[in-house]
Design a protein around this ligand. Sequence first.
Ligand code: UDX
Length: 457
Amino acid sequence: MDASMEINQKSIRVLMFPWLGHGHISPFFELAKKLVKRNFTIFLCSTPANFISIKQKLINEDLTEKIHLVDLRLPSLPDLPPHYHTTNGLPPHLMSTLKKAFAKARPNFTQIINSIEPDLLIYDLLQPWAPKVAAEKNIPSVVFVTSSATMFSYMFHTFRYPNSVFPFSCIYYHDYELARMVKNQELEPIEQQQKDNTSVKLCFKRSSNIVLIKGFKEIDGQYCDYISSLTKKRVVPVGPLVQEPTSEDGNSQILTWLNQKSKGSTIFVSFGSEYFLSQEDREEIAHGLEKSRVNFIWVVRFPKGEKLKLEQALPRGFFKKVGERGMVVEDWAPQAKILGNPSIGGFVSHCGWNSVMESMKIGVPIIAMPMHLDQPLNARLVEEVGIGLEVVRDKDGKLDGEQISEIINKVVLDKEGESIREKAKKMSETIRVKGDEEIDDVVQELVNLCKTRSNVV
Ligand code: UDX
């Protein structure tokens, strides 16, 4: 029996270290589930805020023996304010909360690695110091990028704030040049580009030759190849890593309401787990929904402690005007379950990468309204791939309700949008057939990395 098999049978112990926001922990959790199926044992770092919900998921899915939660004892990401045209990164008070969290992260993480002694570390690109801690114990590390390969490529070229805590302070779509640059081969050698790119540089210096990325060849495979060619590392998309809705995800009121609507007649409107809409945005979106000819479920979130009632947050008379056509839900709704309902014909989304992947996997076309970070790039990708359209803000960052209603109608109902709806359906079929196979490409390499370590120890 060769050494890799021995290790395989023993079950490789992997410590996973995501960035602390829900949008990162969630793909790590999905990757963990896939590795567990291939005989790995997982230790997943979490924060107190996410601990309870992940623990519950583990119990529901009977995974408590295979995925062990490790509490980092850190605060979760603070609420983020509405972002549209900011160029200065996060506001100072949020920066200071993050800095405090980071100050505790390293000693706590070091303790964890010492007590677990894993065979392998899989860490988030946004935790670039983690592989150094692992290297001190001779533990190999592999970086896992939870954003799109498009975004990751982009980071190489526009890294402007080397000293900021948050590695990519502000990216928005006027900067979107990558596709053109790739096409015209205008890129400088990566060493040049990376000069100031502390985070990415650290990650690449200390980790193995494999880069795992949440994605799917058919969508942004060309960008994976592109990063591979620049970094000389193997960039492997490990699938959409989308959560499957469970029976516990139900919200009977929403689902009963949805079940009364006809097929493809309704849109889901939601902007992820971290951001909040400004009052102006809410008003334009409300206007757009009211003018459109679709039914809708709209999730409206407020920062913690903001004591606004839905009636105050939305334009006067909104509920009366839309009547039975609309349902507004405060704070949170079971997104994956809603998107999977046959009545859903479109998704108005900020284009967080998880939301894009969920929508693609289910085959729901996207009306993109990006706000910040990778979202504008993801929105562009959605248009490029042909599974949705973007609502473009004016030069002052304002949305236009009239345009919103036109785009919703086009994507969901009108003949003009037929090819988009078809493309979304086709993409979903392809993902379902091929998406989960991609991780098999890399499992043996992970085993081999651990084998190298076991030979050294
Ligand atoms: C963050 C960043 O904002 C995003 O740009 C990046 O791509 C990932 O990290 P977030 O804003 O939360 O993520 O958006 P997204 O990536 O779409 O993840 C949200 C997740 O929460 C999805 O899995 C979605 O299904 C779930 N969700 C969100 C719900 O189930 N219900 C909700 O009401 C809101």
